[in-house]
Design a protein around this ligand. Structure first.
Ligand SMILES: [Zn+2]
Length: 77
């Protein structure tokens, strides 16, 4: 997935930022709790094709920093 392309992709519903999940090959909108599939390196930005995240998944997302910010880790560990 092209990083520049990722930067310009937004949720078609709320125009919000998307979270790219490499392992799942999905782009996630936290606000709508939708996961847009990436098929053959092409993001399918269609609400009809998107998967609704379970509450558990949405919860896990809000706990994990989206971009793995190293400064989020507690100091002195
Ligand atoms: Zn959205």
């Amino acid at each position: 997935m092209n990083r520049k392309l990722l930067d310009i992709l937004v949720c078609p519903l709320c125009k919000g930022e998307l979270i790219y999940r490499k392992e799942e090959k999905e782009l996630i909108c936290k606000a709508d709790r939708l996961a847009y599939p990436i098929r053959d390196d092409i993001a399918v930005m269609l609400e009809d094709e998107a998967r609704t995240l379970s509450l558990e998944e949405a919860d896990a997302l809000s706990k994990k920093p989206a971009h793995g910010n190293p400064f989020d880790q507690p100091a002195g560990v």
